[in-house]
Design a protein around this ligand. Sequence first.
Ligand code: F6R
Length: 623
Amino acid sequence: MCGIVGYIGSAKAAPFLIKGLHQLEYRGYDSAGIALTQPETGRIEVFKAKGKVDNLERKLQQAAGEAAAFTVGIGHTRWATHGEPSEQNAHPHLSGSGELALVHNGIIENYQLLKEQLVELGYTFQSETDTEVLVQLIDYFYQKNGKKLKNAVSQALKKTIGAYAIVVMERNNGRHLVAARKASPLVIGIGQDSSEFFIGSDATPLIEHTHKMVYLEDEQIAEIRMGHELEITNLDEIVAEVSVKDVDLDISALSKGGYPHFMLKEIFEQPQCIENCMRGRVVKQADGTYDINLSALHNFKAKLIRARHVIIVACGTSWHAGLIGKQLIEEMCRIRVEVEYASEFRYRNPVIEKDDVVIAISQSGETADTLAAIQLAKQEGALVFGIVNGVGSSIARETETGVYIHVGPEIGVASTKAFTGQVTVLTMLSLALGRALGTVAEDKFQQICAGLVEIPRLMKQVLKQNDAIANLASQFTYAKNFLYLGRGYNYPVALEGALKLKEISYIHAEGYPAAEMKHGPIALVDKEMPIVFIATHHQLYHKIISNMQEVQSRGGRILAVVTEGDTDIQKFAHDLLEVPDIINCLEPLLSVLPMQLLAYHVAVKKGLNVDMPRNLAKSVTVE
Ligand code: F6R
């Protein structure tokens, strides 16, 4: 996701900022910017560019003038969340008074309300971002309190709901920076004798300058002044202890967040991604009950409620998420749903009626076939709803409404966190629509919401089996074929498990609904054939045990994903992996994790390039 850097000291700030932004490129971004100041000059110079940090660097070389020598600066790489990728929406954002500049990672959930209040107070806005709202809010308190920056920051943050890591710069007092965090990391590196400080959203840009680092805690504010000790307080300005850590890290590993591959990093990010995806959307109310808040649903409620028929169009992993979406929407909303490969749909002269809703699912938002399917649906007058990760992407722009999955950039070619993000959005959408239609019982609605908010914690539990899965994977590198079997909500997970394995390990794998096995694929089963069963408690458990017995009696090697504590399946399976018990419609969010890890480790054991498998592209912008 977005990256932050900052510098205050006696060296030129720009070279550190630009290099630091390059070092944070691994997080993914769509635009970049820096702000520079100098204690004596009392002015802030901002440089921004859409696209790569190289573009920003070129701009700086052409236009920086004396600012190139300024010794205080903040910088940012932005991954769009509110407003498309553009120079205007890129950070740093200046307050209307021009006195403050801010960089921000995270999402301000109540920015709309704050913006309305600030507009009433006469504030105007140049961008569509939540970040500009935050800098204006800080400015409001700053003007009111006699220009005490730290106090203004704490007052503003008290009004803010959401996640943030911020660094704020002041025009007329270039001798300090103020930084704060909540639910988004921020680290401050201390130079020799506190003569200079380095700031980063992670330690990557800092490590070559200092090993003395302070990781801010949630709701802490740091005042960073050249030549002074770091001062940290909470939002009530009560002084907190400054805990300096001696950090020694391998910079090459840091660029992937400490993981050997982007794919593994992205698999492990999922608990945080799902939290981000639900932030401000699954809301616990004062009486302890849950509500689901999706503005797309609110704005198009009448059309969505009228829908007699939903068509989901997508490709690959997003299509598998769509299959789960079909089950969710049919269960919660009692609306008929078809799931179509976008590539087939676009050429099939499909029946689309005016009251139909077409849901397009895409991680990149750029998939050519999905785009073409959307255009066809629009021509026929259907409402097109997007479930997309790429903010401002072609699909986000082409769809009339939709919900971003907000899982951050996915760099590994094999999709992982986008899948769980898409399933989370589909779950929230089905629940909210089902409630509006009156087709989901209130106690079931509440039970599923309560389960959803537990998912990040339960995902972490499943991920603890990583080492066990890595060991298991060594036993499968010989395999030429794999079969993945599941039922109900876990049938699409079987398809997804098989797709992951073939994409990165080049082992042929097929996913099937378990009961279909005896209509053909069982002919393939022999001692050489690993068969993965997703056999959790809910999904026709006893029937899947019978399917397992059929495989066992033909000598197939069974790896079963079971509900925690299930010992009955031990009799049939060679190996067991566990997922915590959860209501069945939420199971894919947990059961897909062992599938992702298994594919990853088999590919690693085979010595393959997991992040860039042969013949595949991250974004399929051609037919
Ligand atoms: C699988 C994978 C692909 C994509 C497919 C659709 O790991 O990455 O199957 O899911 O190309 O891409 P998006 O979701 O970007 O439309």
